[in-house]
Design a protein. Structure first.
Length: 253
C-alpha cells in the first residue's frame, strides 16, 4: 500500500489548483509526485521519504525537468489543462491569463503585481519599486526573439524545497504550474541553492539544448520569486529584488 501525505491549504481553491498542476506536469514525467485524492481543502499525494541527493540523481532531475518543459503549453500564462480556478505561488494568488508573448505575461502577471504589493506592505521603497518598473519596461522593450516564442510547461515555484530526492530518484512537488519560460525554473533553482546545480543543468541539456549565453539572463527570471518573497518575507528580499532589477537593467541596456 502506498504511503500518502495530506496537505490542507488554508486558501480556497489551493488544494485543487495544486492537484491540477501536479497532474499536468506528471503527464510528462513520473518524477512528479502522484496525486491520490483532492477535495476543496485537502490534497493527498504520495509521501516522499527523502535521502541525501547525489550528483547522479541531480542529473536525472535535470533530464526530467527538460521533459516536463518540452511537453509545452498553449500560451504563456496558460493554467494547467482543465483548470479554470485560481493559481497560487505558495500562499499567494497570482494571475494566469494566456498571453501571446512572454515579456508581457512575465512583467504584468508575475513581477509587477508582487513588487507593487511589497511596496504597499512597506517591504520595498518607492525608488526600489521604480527600479523594478524600469527593469520590467526593459524586458518588454527587448526584441521578442530574445525570449523565444514557444511556451514551456513549467513548475513555476521550483525552489530547492520543491525538488526532493528519494531512493528512487528526484521528485517534484508543490508547483505553481503554468505556461512560461523554461529558464525560469532553472533560475529559481539557482536562486535558492539547489544541490548539485551544475549536474541539474547538465542533465537538462542532455534533453533540451539551451541557447548560448542563456545563463546571462538568470537575473531576469529571478525577479518574480524575489518579488514574491519581498511581499511575504520582508525587506531583506526587497533589497535583493532591487539588486536583481539593477542587474537586469545592466544586462538589457
Amino acid at each position: 500500500m502506498t504511503a500518502t501525505f495530506i496537505k490542507r491549504p488554508d486558501q480556497d481553491g489551493a488544494a485543487e489548483a495544486e492537484a491540477a498542476g501536479l497532474r499536468w506536469l506528471r503527464e510528462a514525467s513520473d518524477a512528479v509526485v502522484e496525486v491520490h485524492d483532492v477535495t476543496p481543502h485537502a490534497l493527498s499525494i504520495t509521501r516522499v521519504d527523502t535521502v541525501h541527493p547525489t550528483a547522479a540523481a541531480a542529473r536525472q532531475a535535470g533530464r526530467e525537468l527538460a521533459r516536463i518543459h518540452d511537453a509545452g503549453a498553449p500560451a504563456f500564462g496558460s493554467p494547467p489543462s482543465g483548470w479554470d480556478g485560481p493559481n497560487f505561488i505558495g500562499t499567494q494568488r497570482q494571475e494566469c491569463t494566456p498571453t501571446a508573448d512572454w515579456a508581457t505575461f512575465y512583467t504584468e502577471q508575475r513581477v509587477l503585481p508582487f513588487a507593487r504589493a511589497a511596496h504597499l506592505r512597506g517591504n520595498l521603497d518607492a525608488p526600489g519599486l521604480q527600479l523594478v518598473e524600469r527593469a520590467s519596461a526593459s524586458i518588454g522593450g527587448t526584441p521578442a526573439e530574445v525570449w523565444g516564442t514557444t511556451p514551456a510547461r513549467i513548475h513555476g515555484d521550483l525552489w530547492t524545497g520543491n525538488l526532493l530526492f528519494s531512493a528512487g530518484g528526484p521528485v517534484f512537488i508543490d508547483p505553481a504550474a503554468h505556461g512560461g519560460h523554461r529558464e525560469t525554473d532553472l533560475a529559481m533553482l539557482a536562486l535558492f541553492g539547489a544541490p548539485h546545480l551544475e549536474e541539474i543543468r547538465a542533465g537538462y541539456q542532455e534533453i533540451a539544448q539551451l541557447p548560448e549565453g542563456w545563463l546571462e539572463y538568470t537575473p531576469v527570471h529571478q525577479l518574480h520569486p524575489l518579488a514574491v518573497h519581498a511581499l511575504t518575507h520582508g525587506p531583506s528580499y526587497g533589497h535583493a529584488l532591487v539588486e536583481t532589477a539593477r542587474a537586469t537593467l545592466d544586462l538589457l541596456r
